[in-house]
Design a protein around this ligand. Structure first.
Ligand code: NCD
Ligand code: ZN
Length: 349
């Protein structure tokens, strides 16, 4: 007999839905459809659009596009290169956090490192600053946080060294949290080589030793973030493949598999995918928002994915379960592979 479990609606604070500007990769309808198919009822979108979201005007255009299309709830992280401080007060009530890139990635939306402390001082505080901060910049992050101790979330920790840095900062009492992506937990650098451009993302995939260290120290990890970063096959197969892989539809099945293998408890799974993201990003939860999951051996396939890019680096993997239905604020919005919600019915948070 198959077993069904109910989970609270999952929350992903790190997705790139590409709308507006790159809707050939994804748009707010396909991206939030992928969210529902993966059991997510709230996503927070990143600001590295073709035209980065660094002004109230661009944020409002993005919100307008989302308002017409989303089938899950959605919020937005704001962007900065350190030259838009006047915009901070104007957008603070409309965003979930501020994203800062300290390393190169898709969009080349990277700050001049000398500006980090000034940006920290300018950000009104309260809502978290999300950092793309790999190992090489950990000293800078430490120094900045000691000087300006504002809530900071380190995105996609990928190595032992990066996690050790976060654990040290936590021990010191600094206001820091961190997230891990499923690709950094379930794919090694070797897998990445086999996947070629489809295993190319930032941060890069690491060794089995790094992965083992992260699993062993999962207590110190706050959330799982998919870093859903869709690119078309054509772009991935080109001479200059962009960084990033989709993740919204595969994260929960992979984490359920890890739970079945005894790598984490059910409570920790719910905390990583729902409880802590809600706390860190101040997202209201609602008991009528929930996900029915079938715990049954199944295979991840490219066919039937809702993401517009139509592929996943996990195709062919066997996993321990899949999402059967999603209820958002009391309304059935997804069932048996079909999105039932009307475009625009999700809430802008
Ligand atoms: C992301 C993208 O494609 O926007 N790519 C990635 O490899 N993760 C950007 C990012 O989050 O670094
Ligand atoms: Zn990202």
């Amino acid at each position: 007999m198959t077993k069904t479990i109910t989970l609270p609606g999952l929350i992903d604070p790190h997705v790139h839905l590409r709308d507006p500007g790159q809707t050939h990769k994804e748009d707010f309808f396909t991206g939030t459809s992928a969210a529902l198919a993966g059991g997510y009822t709230t996503v927070l979108d990143m600001p590295n659009n073709a035209e980065p979201i660094t002004t109230l005007e661009r944020l409002e255009a993005k919100i307008a596009s989302a308002r017409a299309q989303v089938v899950s709830d959605i919020g937005f992280n704001f962007g900065t290169l350190g030259d838009n401080f006047d915009e901070f007060a104007k957008v603070i009530d409309k965003v979930s956090g501020l994203k800062i890139y300290l390393n190169v990635t898709t969009g080349n939306f990277i700050i001049d490192k000398d500006k980090l402390a000034t940006i920290y001082e300018a950000w009104p505080g309260g809502k978290p600053i999300l950092l793309h901060a790999e190992d090489d910049v950990s000293d800078l992050v430490f120094a900045t946080l000691r000087k300006v101790p504002k809530a900071t979330h380190i995105c996609h920790v990928s190595s032992r060294a990066e996690l050790e840095f976060v654990l040290r900062a936590k021990d010191e009492g600094l206001p820091i949290t961190c997230g891990i992506t499923p690709h950094h937990l379930f794919l090694t650098a070797e897998d990445g080589e086999k996947l070629g451009p489809y295993g190319r993302m930032k941060p890069t995939l690491k060794s089995q030793k790094d992965i083992d260290f992260i699993w062993q120290h999962l207590d110190g990890v706050d959330i799982i973030e998919s870093d859903h970063a869709p690119h078309t096959r054509e772009e991935k197969d080109s001479d200059t493949p962009p960084f990033g892989v989709p993740g919204l539809e595969t994260t929960l099945p992979l984490m359920l598999t890890a739970q079945q293998e005894g790598k984490l408890s059910h409570d920790k799974l719910v905390s990583l995918l729902h409880g802590r993201p809600a706390e860190i990003f101040g997202i209201k939860t609602d008991e009528t928002t929930k996900v029915e999951v079938v715990l049954e051996d199944s295979e991840i396939t490219n066919e039937g994915l809702k993401t517009k890019c139509g592929w996943t680096p996990f195709a062919g993997r066997r996993v321990a379960g899949y999402v059967q239905s999603v209820t958002l604020h009391g309304k059935l919005v997804y069932e048996n592979g079909k999105v039932l919600a009307v475009p625009g019915s999700g809430t802008i948070i």
